[in-house]
Design a protein around this ligand. Structure first.
Ligand code: ADP
Ligand code: ASP
Ligand code: MG
Length: 814
């Protein structure tokens, strides 16, 4: 004999019911089959909705009722196109009973748990009848038996407890006499000893099937649903979740207790002691292997088997000095909740006994508070304990696995990966058997937490990085193209799934939670919503994705002022914009602090020397205990270009103009030629070496003519270059006479920094610096005389973009 159960979706459409009938017909050829069915998908909720509408004198209850009627009528007609009359006749009569019940609720303004159970029982009664009659119509040997005549409970309406001795006898007796190959039973519903209609709790059809399977001691219980087994985590919230082949009873119970809706938690209990395996199968994909729940060795050594979650949780905290060392507090607390029939999902108690914290369903919170405050009224009055504190808007997440006890560091990994993603944990509990580790977190973080934990424990090698880029000018555009080109390589070789989720220029911004399709990103961006800096931030924050990185590819001051906001949300910041790191020292320090506090890296390698690994090298030197004595560097690609091309047969003005036209200078060339840009860079290197310094502390002796330094506009400035050609030619002539090259040099020495034009003699490492190359020499305690030298292209869109890209990947490898 076989026991199968089909859930709401499985019997939710004529197509699915036809699938069910096919499966049953096949099974029925070789064995006697018992089939437990749920109400048609969504009908239990609709019945409850109609009941509540009637209770609240809301006339829409009739509309909801009509909805229920037409759903069933449609099914009957679709399933029995040529002969639906008899079934319709019976169903119409039952539905009239339902309507009278709803009208009664409307008239007397009352919906007791007892009436509510009667109301919802219609769902399973109708579905089981329709399916059995359809099978009979098709000539199959089938019959419907009302399980209320078999399953007997107490009168604990809405979640009644089964009297197994009577129930088991009833089931055994009944099935001794059954003639048909296939018996259809309505799930979920039962009767009390005095004949009242009761139900076994929401999702209880699974339980009905388990009760029947155990009473008949069958070989296997099959639960057919709308997913291909019990998944590693809720597949609706985590795309990467996958079905677990085999799982123990205990693990399945823990996962379902903590919210894996695919199995109603009490289901395991009747079959456990008889060792009857539960096979979870998918009606919509019958060939999928599904999940076997049993006591068999699973051969799996993975410590974590699954992750589950429960929404709508409230946390109750009872605390006060009067609780310490006084016996009986917990007893009174738990008794009170038990009398109120409030289910406790999780308990934690501080070892000082100073407080107890309980997680319950949010809908029970108010009743719990009233009852507990009443019971402890005296103690509260005497200030021995505080009135109970209730927090809502919470969720529970749980890691489950029999093997967790044999592995160190699981909870460490769990909490550090949640912490890295700024997920605040309100309470923690670990079962004494170490089969689960449970945490209470904010509802808004559930999806992010499940995805983070799933990645941590089930996709060990894969890390998803969610990138948000502001600024798609020259460099930004190259960055997007490089990411587009390298995506597959990163996934295949570094196991990094890099996605651009948001893009913005100064006019438009575009987002896609699942990663932008980069095929036509420019056109897509041009067609998207209007951009704003705060709007961009709000979107990044609301998406709340793990491993989020904000990338600033602008030179905009306002954007640099938003880094703190991003870091406070644990969103990493990668910037080629130099303004933040060369701003006031306090602000630079604040960003560093926030980065540490919120576990959000702040990387700005491209602030100095574009893609050259200058800052990273410096950080490594300092971190490994080296001390920087001095730095000498040529850090301006633009000034290098200018002085490498300027000589006595060219004009200074022409060279500066050419540098601008070729993209080597800022639109305002004074930023480069005044040395401010280089001063910012040496300032950043000095700070990263551990020195407190501000831009004003850097000595900057300008090589510009006096009128050049005073010019009020870009045009005026160019004019001075023409006027003062002699001044610039004199600089060149002096260098030539001294057999030297002109280089714009930045220095940091003994805590002091300076920038300025210098004549570099032959033989010096700077002498032969070509094109727009940069060079940095670090003299440190470990490199006292022969410096560590980093040299190479220090400007240009491609190398800067690749420097940003390297910072992003560095986070992926974190
Ligand atoms: P049925 O109506 O067949 O009883 P349910 O809706 O009660 O089906 O349970 C199946 C649903 O459980 C799935 O559609 C899925 O959304 C949800 N679910 C939550 N957690 C899990 C999990 N870990 N594995 C599989 N399904 C899960
Ligand atoms: N129909 C009931 C419910 O929706 C029982 C079940 O489907 O298991 O809760
Ligand atoms: Mg279910």
């Amino acid at each position: 004999m076989k026991v199968l159960k089909f859930g709401g979706t499985s019997v939710g459409s004529s197509k699915n019911i036809n699938n069910v009938i096919n499966i049953l017909e096949n099974y029925g050829k070789s064995d006697t089959v018992v089939c437990v069915v749920s109400a048609v998908g969504g009908i239990t909720d609709k019945l409850l909705l109609a009941g509540n509408q009637a209770l609240n004198k809301d006339h829409n209850f009739l509309e909801t009722y009509e909805d229920i009627v037409s759903k069933h009528f449609d099914l009957i007609k679709e399933l029995n196109p040529s002969d639906s009359k008899t079934i319709l006749g019976y169903v119409e009569e039952r539905l009239r009973g339902l309507k009278s019940l709803l009208e009664g609720i409307y008239l007397i303004n009352e919906l007791s748990p007892k009436t509510s159970d009667k109301l919802v029982s219609y769902g399973e009664l109708l579905s089981s009848f329709i399916i059995a009659e359809t099978m009979k119509n098709r000539g199959l040997s089938a019959n419907r038996k009302n399980s209320q005549e078999l399953i007997i409970t107490n009168s604990n309406f809405s979640k009644a407890e089964v009297d197994y001795s009577i129930t088991n006898e009833n089931i055994k007796d009944y099935f001794k006499t059954v003639q048909e190959d296939i018996t259809i039973l309505p799930g979920f519903i039962s009767k009390s000893k005095i004949g009242e209609i009761t139900t076994l709790g929401r999702g209880g059809s699974d339980f009905t099937a388990a009760i029947v399977a155990a009473a008949l001691d069958v070989d296997q219980l099959e639960i057919w649903t709308d997913v291909s087994g019990m998944f590693t985590t809720n597949p609706k919230l985590v795309k990467q979740a996958y079905p677990i082949d085999k799982i123990s009873y205990q693990e399945a119970m823990e996962l379902s207790h903590f919210g894996a809706k695919v199995l109603y938690p009490p289901t395991v209990q009747p079959v456990l002691s008889l060792n009857i395996p539960i096979h979870i199968k998918n009606t919509l994909e019958p060939e999928a292997v599904g999940t076997i729940i049993s006591n068999d060795e699973t051969n799996s050594t993975a410590p974590v088997k699954g992750i589950s979650n429960i929404s709508n949780i409230a946390l109750l905290t009872l605390e006060g000095s009067g609780m310490v060392g006084i016996p009986g507090f917990s007893k009174r607390l738990f008794e009170t909740l038990s009398q109120e029939k409030i289910n406790i999902i999780m308990i934690t108690q501080a070892s000082s006994e100073h407080s107890i914290c309980l997680a319950i369903e949010a809908q029970d919170a108010e009743a719990a508070k009233v009852a507990i405050d009443a019971v402890f009224e005296n103690e509260i009055e005497l200030n021995k304990i505080d009135p109970i504190i209730i927090e809502t808007g919470l969720s529970i997440i749980a890691l489950v696995g029999d093997n967790m006890k044999n592995h160190q560091g699981i909870s460490g990994k769990m909490f550090s990966s949640l912490g890295k993603n700024n997920i605040n944990i309100r309470a923690i509990a670990q079962g004494a058997s170490e089969k689960n580790i449970t945490a209470v977190i904010g509802e808004k973080d559930v999806k992010k937490a499940l995805n983070t934990l799933h990645e941590q424990f089930f996709e060990a090698q894969n890390k998803q990085i969610n990138v948000f880029i502001t600024g798609v000018g020259n460099v930004g555009e190259r960055l997007v193209e490089q990411i587009k080109q390298q995506k597959k390589y990163l996934k295949d070789n570094l196991k990094i799934k890099l996605r651009i989720v948001g893009l913005s220029n100064s006019r438009r911004m575009i987002f896609d939670e699942h990663g932008l399709d980069l095929k036509n990103w420019k056109a897509d961006l041009a067609d998207s919503q209007e951009a704003s800096l705060q709007g961009f931030f709000q979107n990044v924050k609301a998406l709340n994705l793990r491993n989020s990185i904000f990338v600033d590819v602008t030179a905009n001051k306002e954007i640099s002022e938003l880094y703190a906001q991003y870091l406070r949300e644990s969103i990493a910041v990668v910037a080629c914009n130099k303004i933040a790191c060369s701003s006031d020292f306090e602000n630079y320090k604040l960003l560093k602090r926030l980065s540490l506090k919120y576990n959000a890296p702040f990387l700005f390698e491209t602030n100095v020397g574009a893609g050259l690994p200058i800052i990273d090298t410096l950080n490594n030197l300092v971190a490994s205990g080296d001390k920087v004595n001095s730095i000498q560097a040529v850090l301006s690609g633009s000034l290098n270009f200018v002085f490498n091309n300027f000589n006595d047969s060219t004009k200074f003005y022409d060279i500066v103009k050419q540098a601008g036209a070729e993209g080597y200078t800022e639109p305002d060339p004074r930023i480069d030629l005044s040395g401010v840009d280089v001063a910012r860079k040496i300032l950043i290197l000095a700070r990263e070496s551990g020195v407190e310094m501000n831009l004003e502390d850097i000595e900057n002796s300008s090589f510009l003519s006096e009128s050049g330094q005073k010019s009020g506009s870009v045009d005026d400035f160019y004019e001075t270059l023409i006027q003062d050609e002699a001044h610039y030619q004199a600089l060149y002539a002096s260098a030539k006479a001294n057999n030297s090259q002109l280089k714009y040099v930045a220095k940091f020495d003994n805590g002091k920094a300076s920038v300025g034009l210098q004549e570099i003699p032959e033989g010096h490492p700077f002498y032969n610096l070509e094109g727009s190359d940069n060079i940095v020499m670090f003299y440190t305690e470990r490199y006292p005389t022969n410096p560590m030298i980093i040299k190479g292209a220090g400007a240009g869109a491609d190398v800067t973009a690749s420097g940003l890209f390297a910072d992003i990947i560095r986070l992926g490898n974190d």
